[in-house]
Unconditional design. Sequence first.
Length: 207
Amino acid sequence: MGYSLPQLSYSYDALEPFIDKQTMEIHHIKHHQTYINNTNSILEGSEFSSLPVNILITKLNKLPVKIRETIRNNAGGHANHSFFWKGLKINTILKGNLKIAIENTFGNLLIFQKEFEKVALSRFGSGWAWLINKDNNLSIVSTANQDNPLMGNAIAGVDGNPIIGLDLWEHAYYLKYQNRRIDYVKAFWNVVDWNKATERFESNQNY
């Protein structure tokens, strides 16, 4: 069967004015679909094609060398975007155990947000910014291209379970924000689904 494009639980205009309808639609049905098509084409008929994508990206070192990099990029893109869509919602509030953990680690939410923004803006070129949980310790990290912390330190340069992820590729924001990545990153706080983030943190499940 292969991988398929996940349906969003909200309309393309649900995140306006922070993320516009046109960007959401193109991002979802064009960019995300391309990652899926490429992954399916490469893995068709292989023993890896039935693995959930968040499991597949943890097993890149078991793939044949000739397809490893392509799967890293495209299955990574599918995994990252599937994660991203599920973590977006307007008007949620940070509370509960994740709020406590963020305050214990960073001091307060504002300090955490400033640090996350700093990491996001320090990523040169395309990539992602993440809040991750490793051994019940929170940290903010960044990965290049479509790398994911689940790929492990040897591949992605970081290791942990994602709690929040922000897409820093230009296709995620350029129609609305052009070169103003800083405005896009700051707008992100209006669409973080803190309920989903808390669920991921408390269950230690990332998808």
